[in-house]
Design a protein around this ligand. Sequence first.
Ligand code: SF4
Length: 388
Amino acid sequence: MSQAATEEKLKQSSEKEKANLLGLSVSQLGDWVEAIGEKRFRATQIIKWIHQMGECRFDEMNNLSKDLRAKLEVLAEVKLPEVVSCQDSVDGTRKWLIRVDGGSCIEMVFIPERDRGTLCVSSQIGCALDCSFCATGKQGFNRDLTSAEIIGQLWIAADSFGQFGSKANRRVSNVVMMGMGEPLMNFDNVVDAMSLMLEDNAYGLSKRRVTLSTSGVVPELDKLGDVSEVSLAISLHAPNDALRNELVPINKKYPLAKFIESARNYIEKMPDSKRKVTVEYTLMDQVNDRSAHARELGVLLKDLPCKINLIPFNPFPGSGYKRVTNTALNRFRDILSAEGYTVTVRTTRGDDIAAACGQLAGEVNDRTKRQERYKRRLNETQPLNIME
Ligand code: SF4
């Protein structure tokens, strides 16, 4: 391309929106740098700058030529979502409120433990699925997050812990896609962001340390094993379709048998035969915590290589549910353990800052009007009748 033609192309591009390089996978960024007339290997250099060194300014990327840096300034940007606030719980849990394009805010949570640090990342602004026990669902839905807004959450956490430039003091060792939203309803962007989490030239997390949790979007789960090898968690919360239809409405479309078969197919695609699905079961007092439920769950899961994570329900205003009692929780766990399952109980973390599981709400500019309806019902009837 002649000098004049290149300048003309750059001029035209500068008049359009700049490309945000933050959320591009290695292959996407490779395509993009080739499209602007550069060698493909430049993509790896840029990815390392952004995701290993935490450098978002092109003029500081000193192994790129001056010409390329100048070109990047004109054509591209590395645009992060904006941190609005950051709260620390007494137990060390940290919650961020993050503003994304359009003005809505999402939340993300970091949970430190003795041997790991887990970041719980959001995939959508609100959630369209409206599970009856989930604060996010009550906020309604605005839109999917872009891959930049998803990976940007990991960038922000890594930056806040000073972990860029050194693997030694890495605090985020695990990522769970369990924040606001149903990740499989935002399939492409979630897959792109997870590829950067696993990418050696970016965050380099092991596929066992990145977990996608789904409430049962079966067609997308059927596709996931062809493009990703991350760990899988399934949000079950009920041992039969009648109860799950009440708690997790998407069950009416994709019932339990289909969901479990799809989860089994996913791990059968994995090269590592020892992989297990994590089954998440939120326990609510008098709703799904009876001995009969535990026995029914044991039968339901008998052909699925899995471990079971019991989650005591974390209340939020107007939910209409109560936390399981310790007696019922222990009984439920013991029945499943006696059946031979590995059962863990998730410790509630960060509930003093509303950061516990199921409590994330953010600030959603709700396009569904569900938030408005929920608030109206909350004012009219306290507590809500969950079966209405
Ligand atoms: S539990 Fe998950 S899928 Fe259900 S409403 Fe909440 S965020 Fe959405």
